[in-house]
Design a protein around this ligand. Structure first.
Ligand code: SAM
Length: 345
């Protein structure tokens, strides 16, 4: 019965995906955040929606613990934690970007089913566009919380270099979230974003223009093994080394393109080295996403090493060292990420 109880909880999470998507699209969460207790009729009026549906939606949210319910007044409200997770895309704890991952995984299931049978890969670019949007929206809050204030200062001498003016390559940059945050924080430095996926590069360019950092950012379509340029002070890989087919080949190219004394920052999903130590809620998220996204992405490229999203420090360090780096250390970590520093020379 305990196991069935767990499964009912999981079923509730699965059944919540659709209502949560609607809540975001209709601005229901936004309308509740900071607004105090309200009835279904009040929320419906505020969001120009139909009251009976909103009442059912609110009850589902309350049963999930995503909003609070006061039976005395029959009103629903959002506390500070709920508002931080659901209320605004600018919140450093915004959670709803994760929904795009769930949608992409379901839409791509037929392709992945086939890959499980054939052993073939499914390239990052072959996924539903929800995945690219979801990566941007879900990763941005964590990067906003940690990148400038914690991860870069944890790297030896990098913050000082970027403050006075350094040259940085952000490889596998996707929609350029990390590139733009760094460009905003270090206006004297120059940032080059590379990704093999042309549509992501287009989106990164538009996002940089909207953020007002066009003057110090350049985005180009290129792979991790052949991106142009030399003598970078820092090369950064955010959550992409394990997605690559030939991460050791990429490591060699990073080593060739760094300046002497330059730093390679590798941000990877948090993972322990042994499977049994990853059998927890975070490992559950990563192993599931990895079986649908990261492992097929790597299998679609040359070598197809398929590190997976739970590669762990020992395997990642080995790949980094294969590129010619002799000094590798874990510089920082959060419950979701590990940050490695590898120095050239
Ligand atoms: C999980 S996403 C991370 C995107 C971005 N770094 C971020 O953190 O928001 C992985 C990215 O790696 C890119 N990628 C995968 N293989 C690549 C390769 N061999 N060369 C360059 N980019 C690659 C994908 O196109 C995708 O944008």
């Amino acid at each position: 019965m305990e196991f069935m109880g767990k499964l009912v909880g999981d079923l509730g999470a699965m059944a919540s995906i659709g209502p949560m998507i609607i809540g975001e699209k209709l601005g229901l969460y936004k309308a509740m955040a900071g607004a105090g207790p309200m009835t279904a009729a009040e929320l419906a009026r505020k969001t120009n929606t139909y009251e009976r549906y909103i009442r059912e939606w609110l009850c589902a949210q309350a049963a999930s613990g995503y909003v609070d319910y006061d039976s005395a007044t029959e009103k629903f409200s959002m506390n500070d934690e709920q508002a931080a997770a659901f209320g605004s895309e600018d919140s450093p704890f915004y959670f709803l970007g994760a929904l795009d991952f769930a949608v992409a995984m379901m839409r791509d299931e037929p392709k992945i089913l086939d890959a499980f049978r054939t052993g073939n890969g499914v390239g990052w670019h072959e996924h539903d566009a929800c995945l690219f949007r979801g990566t941007e929206r879900f990763f941005r809050p964590a990067y906003t919380r940690h990148l400038i204030g914690e991860w870069i200062p944890a790297l030896d001498g990098v913050k000082a270099k970027l403050e006075t003016g350094g040259i940085v390559a952000d490889v596998g940059c996707g929609h350029g979230v990390s590139t733009i945050l760094m460009a905003q924080a270090f206006p004297k430095s120059r940032f080059f974003g590379f990704d093999y996926h042309p549509a992501s590069i287009e989106r990164a360019r538009a996002a940089a223009a909207a953020a007002g950092v066009e003057d110090r950012t350049t985005f180009e379509t290129a792979s991790a093994k052949d991106y142009p340029g030399k003598d970078y002070d820092m090369v950064a890989f955010f959550d992409c080394l394990h997605d690559m087919g030939d991460p050791a080949g990429a490591a060699r190219h990073v080593h060739e393109t760094l300046a002497d004394g330059g730093t390679w920052m590798v941000v990877e999903p948090y993972a322990n080295d042994k499977v049994q130590d990853n059998l927890n809620p975070i490992g559950r998220v990563y192993y599931s996403a990895s079986s649908f996204i990261c492992t097929p992405a790597s299998k679609a490229q040359e070598v197809g090493l398929a590190l997976g999203a739970q590669a762990g420090e020992a395997r990642l360090s080995k790949v980094i060292r294969e590129g010619g780096f002799t000094k590798v250390r874990r510089a920082a970590e959060t419950p979701f990420n590990m940050v490695f520093e590898a120095r050239r020379g």
